[in-house]
Design a protein around this ligand. Sequence first.
Ligand code: HEM
Length: 312
Amino acid sequence: MSKPFSISNSEDQEAQGQENTGISLGMPVKGEQSDSAKMVLDDKVLKRNTSLPLTRRALSDQMKMTDREVEERKQLIGFTPADVGYLKDCKEHIVLRIDSIVEKFYAHQETIAEVELLIGDVETLKRLKAALRGYIIELFDGYYDREYVNKRLRIGKVHKRIGVSPKLYVSAVVILEKLLQKELLEVSMADRVCNECDGRRDALHKLLMFDVQLVFDTYISSLLSEVNAASDQVERYAQGLEATVAERTQQLQELSSMDSLTGLLNQRTFFNILRREISRAEENRQPLCLSFIPSSHKSVLPMVPAGLISLD
Ligand code: HEM
């Protein structure tokens, strides 16, 4: 589970090929640095990491999701510390009700033929229920940092890979939100006052939208990677084709200028060369000599430049 303030685990960092700075990637370390210093560090670490292979970089690194970017996204949707408080207050109730929420969610999902087909078997459904349990509890943990973001980005990648279309994903989020909002209402009713009803509802809605943005960022990024890979393939194919065309053109040029039987230049080439030599002689006001040597005079032939030997 991520912590709002944490010292980095050097083994984890080394495993990811990151230099141990003593500070976990993007995680604020309490009392050590100013926000701007942390962000500069965050950007520096990110830049250094871009040279690592994809398999050694977290999705948040690959997608340049700095602490600054995470904070900007929260600001854009108006997700404030008060929202964090509203959600944390509901955690206890949600944990108690988690099994029922997950069962209701999948009972609904199983009524959609396309979803049932994508899930496919009982073991996958079991894994999915466990994954959703974790996902829901994280919504109410109160830690919405880069580690949280990384998990959300991964959800996008996994669903894109499996082939869950955005329409299915978004409709599932709508169902999940409905189930969770019902639970939040129960928390408020237990308080017998509804001062916080709107706050809780809005906080959950904002966080789910924050998640959806991240999920679709990876959908789009995976799609772009596929398009780029396909376009590279087409480019390589076109380059191969160009080389083949150039080779064939050269072969055709050779064939059209030579006699296929003897390999000597043919009559057409002879006249082309003759015309060229005449115009050059005229230009330079030089005399030009043309010799006719019958092929029967074999002893003379080797002394004649090959380019000037022609049949007929
Ligand atoms: C509210 C919307 C949804 C949430 C929050 C959600 C959450 C998750 C999570 C957290 C995982 C694990 C990802 C990982 O391996 O890191 C997962 C995997 C998966 N999800 Fe979803 N999901 C949602 C909607 C859907 C829908 C609509 C489908 C099907 C159409 C679906 C099918 C799957 C499948 C097949 C896996 C892989 C399970 C496995 O083989 O381990 N999910 N989901």
